[in-house]
Design a protein around this ligand. Structure first.
Ligand SMILES: *[C@@H]1O[C@H](CO)[C@@H](O)[C@H](O)[C@H]1NC(C)=O
Ligand SMILES: *[C@@H]1O[C@H](CO)[C@@H](O)[C@H](O)[C@H]1NC(C)=O
Length: 464
């Protein structure tokens, strides 16, 4: 690996002083058919850039790799390293979740640090993480994830201005750190960022707390969804989740994964997502189901053990999480409708037609199947589908789908539940049926009270 990197990510981080007495950590790394160079780069960077007394051991969990050099060659190699490196072999492909559970069970450190197998820890990565856990053992901490190019291995510092969120499809996404979180830290960017969710690959957690809070959902397969499950669980059950901005770990972002998903990627992730929606999201799981209606057919197994865990830990409802931890979520805490928006005269429905950001919203025959025809009119008076909001920036349209910005402005709509009109506040015009020129998109017209300007907003029920 390249010679020591001394980053000046943030000069004020360099002068921070951490307590001498920090808890020690086991580092658990799961790998499956990992390349020799990237795996060893991860291990060496852990050993060389962690104070020896803070590093209890490195545990490598082999999730049934097939490559020969990952067998005896690896075992012999790690014997010569100056830190104990334990190798655990899964008997069969078990996936990240079960392999991490095995590694955690074998670990002895006071803290468990999970890393991916293609990382590079930077100098000073560990102390800020452990110091935060020492301050509050119920805080689960993530480093800033720097980007290592999978083409050139170029190293690029990650941003301390984004944090973890998710969309209606339950995909993890990075979003800008909102102003309220900047304000809470009084502008001190060396203080940890409270993040609604984590990416999942890299984090540290107090060993006992990991047990108390219910480790992972062992009913989940392979990979996917476990990071959101853990994020919701930590917040709802009294812990907190933070990005420690003075800790940097590089990660190789791969275009292709050597992982295979027995049963198909989509199926595995849908199953895992259903488990987390059923256990943690209460009625807000509807957002997930309605936007991806095929998912309800996926069998998700038995979640009773996880529901009991939620009860025993006296965890708070998902609405509490949305209100207090993630008010800028793509899922609105309060809303008027979640379902189709149907024109009274033509009986057609708003439809995003699989279009993307910056394109016009469409209109099409109503199909009642959710997906592209699902919009929510929120208590903040946005008309949104997932993270896109209907936006009008000129008199007489067009009506574009843009990233929701929560700033009202061009995304503010007034629904009159008696007249059934959707009035765009800034332009004072009403949403209307398509014109003769383009029958696929709605238009904006002066409000006239005509039937073509009347819209029914529904709460759709699943399977209806
Ligand atoms: C980790 O810390 C605990 C508590 O101080 C200690 O008992 C244990 O020996 C340490 N482990 C290692 C490997 O340093
Ligand atoms: C739709 O459901 C939401 C959430 O349960 C509720 O607050 C709202 O009043 C409902 N709207 C209609 C039109 O029934």
């Amino acid at each position: 690996y390249p010679k020591a990197r001394l980053f000046s990510f943030c000069s004020r981080c360099k002068t921070k002083v951490y307590p001498d007495e920090l808890p020690n950590t086991s580092v658990v790394i799961v790998f499956h058919n990992e390349a020799w160079s990237t795996l060893l780069r991860t291990v060496y960077s852990v050993i060389n850039r962690s104070p020896r007394y803070l590093l209890s051991e490195v545990i490598l969990v082999d999730d049934a790799s097939e490559r020969d050099f990952l067998k005896l060659t690896l075992e012999n190699y790690v014997k010569n390293l100056e830190v104990p490196v334990k190798i655990i072999r899964m008997e069969e492909r078990s996936g990240l979740i079960r392999a991490r559970l095995r590694g955690a069970a074998a670990s002895k450190g006071q803290v468990i640090t999970f890393l991916d197998a293609h990382c590079e820890c930077t100098l000073g990565w560990l102390e800020p993480l452990l110091a935060r856990i020492k301050e509050d053992r119920k805080t689960v901490v993530c480093p800033i994830i720097d980007v290592i190019s999978d083409d050139t291995f170029e190293y690029m510092a990650g941003s301390d201005m984004t944090y973890g969120g998710f969309n209606w499809k339950l995909n993890f996404r990075w979003y800008p750190v909102p102003q309220r979180e900047m304000d809470r830290r009084k502008g001190d960017r060396t203080l940890p960022v409270r993040t609604p969710t984590m990416a999942g690959g890299l984090f540290s957690i107090d060993r006992n707390y990991f047990e108390e809070i219910g480790t992972y959902d062992a009913g989940m397969d392979i990979w996917g969804g476990e990071n959101l499950e853990m994020s919701f669980r930590i917040w709802q059950c009294g812990g907190s989740l933070e990005i420690v901005t003075c800790s940097h770990v590089g990660h190789v972002f791969r275009k292709a994964t050597p992982y295979t998903f027995p049963g198909g990627t989509g199926h595995v992730i849908n199953k895992n997502n259903r488990r987390l929606a059923e256990v943690w999201m209460d009625e807000f799981k509807d957002f997930f189901y309605i936007i991806s209606p095929g998912v309800v057919k996926v069998d998700y197994g038995d979640v009773s053990v996880r529901k009991t865990l939620r009860e025993n830990l006296k965890c708070k409802p998902f609405s509490w999480y949305l209100e207090n931890i993630y008010p800028d979520s793509q899922i609105p805490r309060r809303y008027y409708s979640l379902g189709e928006i149907r024109n009274v005269e033509t009986n057609q429905c708003l439809d995003n037609m699989g279009r993307k950001e910056n394109e016009k919203v469409g209109i099409f025959n109503c199909h009642g199947m959710g997906g592209n025809q699902v919009f929510s009119y929120t208590a903040d008076k946005e008309i949104r589908t997932d993270d896109l909001c209907l936006d009008v920036s000129r008199l007489s349209g067009p009506v574009i789908m843009l990233k929701c910005h929560h700033m009202r402005g061009n995304q503010l709509w007034e629904y009159d539940a008696e007249r059934l009109t959707l009035r765009h506040v800034n332009s004072n015009q009403c949403l209307d049926e398509p014109s003769e020129e383009d029958k696929m998109v709605p238009t904006m017209q002066d409000c006239s009270g005509s039937r073509s300007q009347q819209w029914l907003l529904r709460n759709m029920t699943l399977g209806a």
